[in-house]
Design a binder for this molecule. Structure first.
Ligand SMILES: [Zn+2]
Length: 465
């Protein structure tokens, strides 16, 4: 295990308990953990580095979190565009693409997803489920990233929103047995880089029986459940039509609310449901990019400022190449903060510091991983993102946190460590073969779009010669 010294960083944004920002800072990495953080004088003189990384002109952060991405949807990039409604997007685009994939497509998609994440400085993701857990896990093994995977469990072919593709649901017992096997096999795998939880992709396509039993299995395996909820108005209407209540009230009735539940989107929560979330310490992953792109109304109708005031743990997710269309946690901070400034006519309604917490320590807390991750502190895992700030959009720097949220994007990411291993250096990902992957993805994506009957949905009306 190597010992690395990062030194002379312009800024180290620790996100520790005191939220210290260290000028001209240094970090000592010993194996897979952080040995010390501070000024160079705070590094123990006995620390003998095998390698020294000069971080002048750099800003160092905890490895960034994206708590909502879909490895399986990467080859469908753009094929969800301008779907008229939630049901059209889910039933006629996203799930049709996933239902037409083979294992080779899934592996290629997961590699490409993780490449995009690392290039944006994201070291840890949460994926709320697909039917290709083995391929998703294999991509994590190869990329060196950290993540949470899940296996989709749907047991209803017909819902009050529409019908699922034929191979996209299973009998309840089969779905549960396969998900349980997947958790047993992958939770804690890859030296602890992988977590495997139970998926609840969309509540309206899951029976009460399935959801109750998922919660019981999660308790038995001592893991959590992650999935979508309160995503758009269509989904809430569908839940009311079938169950007489919205998602959160239904999940409460089924005994699913708890600190190990991570819910994504959450733009259509009733005021009284906010208290249920707070009381049960439910974690919430907001997806402002997906809402902007797909007209979900999660900002215009969302309650993120109120959730924050109530102390609910909020994190951010990019969703997928078929929903938000890009994977970039830093851009998500701008969309969230700027979106609420606009919607509430209040330029302080969510502060940039709050947004940076969402993609660091709160991301870790949402995945019950904050003992080891989410801040730069001695003893924590050495998951570190280094941004290049010698770029026009970064200069000058009066407030590095404001610049990060209001000016930067994931393209600033220069170097990334996970478990003390360097996965990207000078913007080059060391673990994946970027250009071979682009070529494979192009061919597979064209064939997949054709098989899914979606080859024309993303075509530009401009003549292409
Ligand atoms: Zn999603």
């Amino acid at each position: 295990m190597s010992r690395i010294l990062i030194k002379d960083a312009d800024y180290i944004v620790t996100v520790d308990k005191d939220r210290r920002i260290i000028r001209n800072g240094a970090i000592a990495i010993d194996g897979d953990r952080i040995a010390a953080v501070g000024k160079i004088g705070d590094i123990p003189p006995a620390f003998a580095a095998d390698e020294i990384l000069d971080a002048r002109g750099k800003l160092v952060l905890p490895g960034l979190f994206d708590t909502h991405i879909h490895n399986a949807q990467q080859l469908g990039r753009g094929l969800g565009d301008e779907a008229y409604s939630g049901p059209e997007r889910l039933f006629r685009r996203l799930w049709v693409v996933e239902a037409n994939m083979d294992a080779g497509d899934a592996l290629c998609a997961a590699r490409l997803t993780q490449l995009e994440l690392l290039r944006a400085g994201i070291t840890c993701f949460a994926d709320p489920g697909n039917y290709f857990a083995a391929e998703t896990a294999r991509a994590v093994e190869e990329s060196g990233a950290r993540g949470m995977i899940a296996r989709t469990v749907f047991d209803m072919g017909q819902t009050s929103m529409g019908s699922l593709p034929r191979n996209f649901f299973e009998p309840t017992d089969d779905a549960l047995a396969r998900a349980d096997e997947m958790v047993a096999e992958y939770n804690g795998a890859l030296d602890g880089r992988l977590k495997a939880w139970f998926s609840m992709r969309v509540p309206v396509a899951c029976s009460d029986d399935l959801l109750r039993r998922i919660a019981a299995l999660a308790r038995k395996r001592n893991v959590g459940v992650l999935g979508h909820a309160c995503e758009n108005r269509d989904e809430i209407v569908a839940s009311h039509l079938k169950y007489g209540m919205g998602d959160i009230s239904r999940l409460d009735r089924l005994g699913m609310l708890g600190p190990n539940l991570l819910l994504m989107h959450m733009g259509w929560v009733d005021t009284k449901e906010l208290m249920l979330l707070q009381r049960n310490d439910v974690k919430v992953s907001l997806a402002p990019g997906a809402s902007f792109h797909q007209a979900m109304g999660n900002i215009a109708h969302g309650k993120a400022p109120e959730m924050h005031e109530l102390g609910i743990t909020l994190s951010l997710g990019s969703d997928s190449a078929m929903s938000g269309n890009f994977l970039d946690a830093i851009r998500q901070t701008f969309l969230l903060v700027g979106g609420y400034h606009e919607a509430r006519l209040d330029p302080k309604v969510i502060r940039p510091e709050t947004a940076v917490e969402m993609i660091t320590i709160n991301g870790a807390r949402s995945m019950l991983w904050d003992d080891d991750l989410g801040s730069l502190e001695a003893g924590k895992k050495a998951d570190i993102t280094i941004l290049d700030i010698m770029r026009p959009e970064w200069q000058p720097v009066h407030n590095p946190i404001a610049n990060l949220v209001y000016c930067a994007h994931g393209g600033s990411a220069d170097t990334v460590f996970v478990d003390g291993k360097c996965l990207m250096r000078d913007k080059k990902v060391l673990t994946l073969n970027e250009f071979d992957l682009y070529e494979e993805a192009r061919d597979r994506a064209a064939s997949l779009a054709k098989r899914a009957g979606l080859a024309q949905v993303a075509a530009t009306p401009w003549p292409m010669t």
